[in-house]
Design a protein around this ligand. Structure first.
Ligand code: SAM
Length: 356
């Protein structure tokens, strides 16, 4: 098999000070506000999900970031404070696998001081051990990824031989610790785990937890994405609705990523995330901060904007604020709206680095 090289971020360009941000609502070139911040706390993961960190690329020769290159908790917390000052009201810790970063509950504790909701996305493998400490530190909610209830399928997809039961234990421990309702994310790949769709819906019906089906996306450059592998969300809704009738529900808030559907029999709701077949770029309010302190305004970006150099050069909060505001104000991306088989071949930054 041809060796695929994961895209490494470019070295920072020489910098000029950003113009002063004069306050008022911060909007990009398409009028989108900045409301959410996703922070990748590590580019490492203990899984090798075939659609995200394929083992043949992320192998023992792969060069993960060095400790000195990644932002410290103090640096992350300081930047997060600046983001909140600019209007961010929701912060999600992600990665890589955020729970493999040591003492991540300490970071949660620092972020919990801010006037923002703090959430975390995890593969669930270490959640049972850490849920109580995360809750105590001030975490509001967790989202757990689980791609199948069929053990053989799940072990194959995570490519780390990790069993379903341990993830379920993580979900239940998190809920008992007060981190629920838990959102359970399932990436659906045709011919790989789509046989698990209805079973997954059944497992979470009536539990208060919300299963969300994610269309398989062309993130990064290493997963060999093909449109044929995508099961459109409409098909997911059709398959589940044929068994338990569903009706659409209004979004909880403007810009909500998942489209909501409710069971007519009152057994709760499901969500579908349709980045491929129903792009939601026009309502995207998300900024991403990579593990090493670069800003990305799109999950499918090819380049980011180095913030660490400025941060480590003794910049004031005002300077950081101006820089972040300028990056957002320049934002014009709308990748999912213009996706084609050709753009899917672009060298995009990896999701494990940028934060999912
Ligand atoms: N390790 C954590 C986890 O497993 O949830 C957080 C990082 S992971 C990159 C975040 C989410 O992105 C997971 O729900 C994962 O399934 C999803 N994801 C990764 N690659 C994807 C792809 N190619 N298409 C759709 N979703 C993807």
């Amino acid at each position: 098999m041809k060796k695929v090289i994961a895209l490494q971020p470019a070295a920072p360009a020489t910098r000029r000070a950003a113009p002063a941000f004069r306050g008022g609502p911060l909007a990009d070139t398409r009028g989108r506000a900045m409301r959410d911040l996703r922070i990748s706390v590590t580019d490492r993961c203990n899984f090798r999900c075939v659609y995200c960190m394929p083992r043949e690329v992320f192998d023992s020769n792969y060069r993960f970031l060095r400790h000195e290159d990644i932002l410290s908790f103090e640096e992350i917390a300081r930047l997060a404070g600046v983001f909140v000052g600019l209007g961010v009201s929701k912060i999600r810790l992600t990665g890589g696998e955020p729970l493999v970063r040591r003492n991540v509950d300490r970071l949660v504790e620092m972020l919990a001081e801010l006037d923002a909701e703090i959430t975390l996305t995890t593969n669930g493998s270490l959640l049972a051990k850490q849920a109580a400490a995360l809750k105590k530190a001030g975490l509001d909610r967790v989202t757990v990824s689980l791609d199948s209830l069929d053990d053989a399928t799940f072990r194959k997809m995570n490519d780390a031989d990790f069993p379903v039961a341990k993830v379920i234990e993580g979900i239940e421990t998190a809920a008992a610790a007060g981190l629920g309702p838990v959102k359970v994310n399932m990436v659906v790949k045709r011919g790989v785990n789509d046989h698990s769709i209805v079973q997954m819906a059944e497992r979470w019906r009536g539990t208060g937890h919300i299963i969300r089906f994610i269309e398989y996306m062309d993130v990064g450059s290493t997963n060999g994405w093909k449109m044929d592998d995508v099961i459109p969300s409409a098909e997911v809704v059709r398959r589940i609705g044929a068994r338990w009738p569903l009706e659409p529900v209004d979004p909880n808030y403007a810009g909500e990523v998942a489209e909501r559907w409710r069971y007519l029999d009152g057994a709760g709701e499901i969500g579908v995330i349709s980045s491929v077949t129903q792009a939601f770029c026009s309502s995207c309010t998300r900024m991403r901060l990579s593990t090493e302190g670069a800003l990305y305004t799109c999950l499918f970006a090819q380049t980011g904007h180095d913030l660490k150099t400025l941060l480590r050069s003794g910049a004031s909060d005002d300077e950081l604020r101006n820089e972040i505001a300028a990056v957002w104000q320049r934002r014009a991306d709308r990748y999912s709206e213009i996706r084609t088989a050709e753009t899917a071949k672009n060298k995009k930054v990896e999701m494990s680095y940028i934060g999912g």
